[in-house]
Design a protein around this ligand. Structure first.
Ligand SMILES: C[S@@+](CC[C@H](N)C(=O)[O-])C[C@H]1O[C@@H](n2cnc3c(N)ncnc32)[C@H](O)[C@@H]1O
Length: 389
C-alpha cells in the first residue's frame, strides 16, 4: 500500500524518522513537507512525532493538467462513497504544493456535495480557511472516522497525488502530555513530546526492536514518558536529585492518565559521565544543553560554554561506549548555537569516529545536519544518530 505523509515543521526530521522505522528503500519520494512510503505493514501513527497526517494514495497521476483535477477528485469521492456506511458523510479537502485559492476550494466542495447528494447522501462539508485543513480541524471534525473523508491533493515532483487521510496527529493528547504533567521546569527547557518520540524513533535506526530505553539526562522525564507509551521498558538517571524526583512523579502521573502503562524499571540519581546502567539496548536522550541565552553571547563566553559542554559530553560518550555494543540504538540531542541562522556545533561532532562511533547513514536527509530549532532560539538541538563502531 502506498501512503503519503504530511511531515511536521521540520520535514528533514520527519523523513529521517520514517527512514529509521521503515527503511530508506520504502520511501520512494520526498519533497518539501511530503514523503511517500510504500509499505504493507501496520503504521503506528500515534508514535510518530515528525508527521502530521498520513493518507492512503488513491490516484497518482503524472503531468496532470490542473484543470482536470476537479473531475478526478469527484471520481475518487464517488468511489469512496461506496465504502462508507449508511448515513452522513463529513468531507474536507487539503491541498499541498498546488496553486489554488479558497474560492476554488469552496467551489470544489459544492461540486462534490452535489455529486454525492445524487447518491442520497447528506454531506457536511468542512470549509477551508487555508488550502490545507489543520490537524485540529481534521481531528475534531472526525475526518478520519468511518463517516469522514479528507481528500489530500498534493503535488510531488511532476506528479499529482490524490489520497484519503487515514491518520492525523492528536494535538490534544500532545498538549496534555506536554503541559499537564505535574512537574515541569522551564529552566532546563521543555522537550516537546513529539521531539522525544523522534529521538526514540531515530535511535531505532540501529535497533528495530528494542526492549529498554535509557535516558541518562532524564530531567523531568519526557523521553521516559514517550518510551513508556510505546510499551518499552525505561531506565532514567540525572545528576540533579530534584529532576529524579520529577521524573518519578511524572511517570506515575502518566500511569493515571494512561492505564496499562508500565512502571519505569529504574529512575536514579547519577552523573552520566560515570554511572553504570544495566540492560538497555537503546539510548534516547536530550543531553545537558548548557546555559540559556536571550542574546547571542560574546565570543569568549560562548567558547568557554562550548568547551565545558563539549568536555562533559565527551566524557559521557566515553562512559557509554564501555557499556554498549554495535547493536545499541543511539540518538542524543546535543546543543548547537544559532548565530543568525548559522549553527555553531560542538567540536565533538567532528571527533565522533575517533571516539569510537559512526554516524548512521541516512539517504533522505543528512546525518550530520539534523537540527531541531525555532527561529528565535539561540541554543538549538542537534540530533546525533550514531552507533558504536
Ligand atoms: C536539557 S535537560 C533534559 C530535560 C529532559 N529531556 C526532560 O524531559 O525534562 C538536561 C538534564 O541534564 C542534567 N544533567 C546535567 N549534567 C549532568 C550530568 N553530568 N549527568 C547527568 N545529568 C546531568 C540536568 O540536571 C538536566 O535535568
Amino acid at each position: 500500500m502506498r501512503h503519503i505523509f504530511i511531515l511536521g515543521r521540520q520535514p528533514e526530521l520527519g523523513v529521517a524518522e520514517l527512514e529509521s522505522l521503515f527503511g530508506s528503500d520504502k520511501i520512494t519520494d520526498f519533497e518539501n513537507n511530503l514523503a511517500i512510503l510504500d509499505y504493507e505493514g501496520e503504521i503506528n501513527f500515534i508514535n510518530l512525532g515528525g508527521s502530521i497526517k498520513c493518507a492512503t494514495i488513491m490516484e497518482d497521476i503524472e503531468n496532470l493538467n490542473i484543470n482536470a483535477l476537479p473531475s478526478k477528485i469527484e471520481n475518487v469521492c464517488l468511489e469512496l462513497e461506496k465504502t462508507i456506511p449508511e448515513g452522513k458523510i463529513i468531507l474536507g479537502f487539503s491541498f499541498y504544493n498546488i496553486p489554488s485559492d479558497i474560492g476554488s476550494m469552496t467551489k470544489l466542495g459544492i461540486r462534490i456535495k452535489k455529486a454525492l447528494s445524487k447518491k442520497d447522501r447528506s454531506i457536511r462539508f468542512i470549509p477551508n480557511k487555508e488550502l490545507d485543513l489543520n490537524s485540529a480541524s481534521v481531528y475534531h471534525n472526525k475526518l478520519t472516522s468511518e463517516h469522514g473523508i479528507e481528500i489530500i491533493v498534493a503535488k510531488i515532483k511532476n506528479r499529482i497525488i490524490i489520497a484519503r487521510t487515514s491518520y492525523v496527529q492528536n494535538i490534544d493528547a500532545y498538549r496534555n502530555r506536554d503541559q499537564e504533567r505535574p512537574f515541569r521546569d522551564s529552566k532546563i527547557g521543555m522537550l516537546p513530546p513529539k521531539l522525544a518520540q523522534i529521538l526514540i524513533n531515530l535511535a531505532k535506526s540501529n535497533n528495530k526492536d528494542p526492549k529498554t530505553v535509557l535516558d541518562p539526562f532524564c530531567g523531568t522525564g519526557v523521553v521516559l514518558q514517550e518510551a513508556l507509551l510505546m510499551g518499552l521498558d525505561v531506565i532514567g538517571s540525572d545528576l540533579n536529585p530534584k529532576m529524579v524526583d520529577f521524573s518519578v512523579k511524572n511517570t506515575s502521573w502518566l500511569k493515571e492518565q494512561y492505564p496499562g502503562v508500565k512502571d519505569p524499571t529504574v529512575i536514579k540519581e547519577g552523573d552520566a559521565t560515570i554511572t553504570k546502567w544495566d540492560n538497555f539496548d537503546l539510548v534516547a536522550s536530550e543531553s545537558y544543553l548548557g546555559a540559556t541565552y536571550s542574546f547571542f553571547p560574546r565570543d569568549e563566553e560562548l567558547a568557554k560554554e562550548m568547551s565545558s559542554v563539549n568536555n562533559l559530553l565527551k566524557n559521557f560518550f566515553k562512559n557509554l561506549h564501555e557499556q554498549i555494543d554495535e547493536n545499541t540504538g543511539i540518538c542524543v540531542a546535543v546543543p548547537a548555537w544559532n548565530n543568525k541562522g548559522n549553527f555553531m556545533t560542538l567540536p565533538l561532532i567532528d571527533q565522533i569516529e575517533d571516539m569510537g562511533y559512526n554516524f548512521i547513514n541516512l539517504k533522505h536527509s543528512s546525518a550530520k545536519h539534523l537540527f531541531y530549532s525555532r527561529e528565535d532560539q539561540i541554543v538549538v538541538r542537534q540530533l546525533l544518530v550514531i552507533k558504536r563502531k
